[in-house]
Design a protein. Sequence first.
Length: 502
Amino acid sequence: MIDISQKEIWFVTGSQHLYGEDTLSQVAENSKNIVKGLNASSLLPIKVVWKPTVKSPEEITNICQEANIERKCIGIVTWMHTFSPAKMWIKGLTILNKPLCHLHTQYNAEIPWESIDMDFMNLNQSAHGDREFGFMMSRMRKKRKVIVGHWQNEHVQKKLGIWSRVVLGWDELQHLKVARIGDNMREVAVTEGDKVEAQMRFGFSVNGFDSSDVVEHINNVSDKDINELLITYEQSYKLTSSLKKGGEQRASLVEAAKIELGLRAFLDAGGFKAFTDTFENLGELKQLPGIAVQRLMADGYGFGAEGDWRTAAMVRALKVMNVGLEGGVSFMEDYTYHFTSQKSYVLGSHMLEICSGIADGKPSCEVHPLGIGGKEAPIRLVFDTTPGEAINVSLVDMGNRLRLIVNEVEAVKPMEDLPNLPVARVLWDPKPNLEIAATAWILAGGAHHTVYCQSVTTEFMEDLADIAGIELLVIDDKTSVRDFKDKINANETYYHLFQHKL
Ligand code: MN
């Protein structure tokens, strides 16, 4: 359900009229070849579109205006093949409202020692042309990604691929609609926040609905659709015997299928790609949606529990960034610790709602009482997840700004089976270690809810923070608590000074 086929990024080459037609036609040919090469790379998820070389303030302003209004264009890549006096760029850069990546490259990789002459030097002068352009961007305080290296280099293409994925997520946030089914979990602080500020900053809208809006759709679900979904459940998961046909709790599974179908219909009717619910506002819903949420997330929907609309929007954005990559993206919560004398770990989970897309093997489908909320026992998918590198991401509202916090972790196989734990889970080793990671996370005000990502990395979040103009705090293998405190204090001043300009 995530379709990126219509999206494109524009490749804009800067130059000027000084060099004459021969040089400019060579510039155009070279930049076309670069675009061809980038489009042939499997590391870029979307189409790169070549645009004619810009040589004057008018041409630059026009291309920026066109980029702003063309919906297919989600970002532009700029490169100064030759020198392009940067005062020409001021107006265009002032009005540009799409993300920008400055690719600091050169058409040829190596110097042709024997044949190099002044003509060659004048044609291939991005080494200083891009510096002039870079000065203007910095002088204007424009946030952008800078990628340095030869365009055929895999590392360069990989970085451009990451930025392309981030702008896909950014584009998604511009028109994302988040449905908030019920309000916030009572008295919880971190999931509250300023929806107006979030919409001004990211573009996504959040609006409230009642569980009865979903129940209306549940009541219209057909028997045929229910039966088909039950077959899907039977084929995709290991059903507990009581949930199988004729089992004493089969009715719970039928109810869960109705909830899933009703929830999907509600989301589709409203064009919502992310949603929240909360166990305290279930109304006529008979179960807290478990399997429904897990499967909706696997289909690309964003989700946040207990009214957590910010995390729901982030789950969706990161799922769009992740499209086509091997690992998954899920709503997550730091749940329980495993302290040992050697190393300590976090067991991540939630009451029910972990994306089934990160399951390692076939999940089992079970029913257990929830213990809170006073509703019927909900159906859920229970599984372990694939071990490996991952990140946890939290977006919190600091009152005067939004703060994005990332912790790099390594998911490991649990030391033993967990036969009595009725929820999906991940065990991870946070970098640099639990003590420093949790200290830094808590000092940063990181939430208990996170987005857990297996393929989306810290670099993605760095690009996202730059595009959104928000604060980023990273906890990785180099983090020291003392430096981290200094960073928080320095950022407090920085964002206080620049909050209206970023
Ligand atoms: Mn929670």
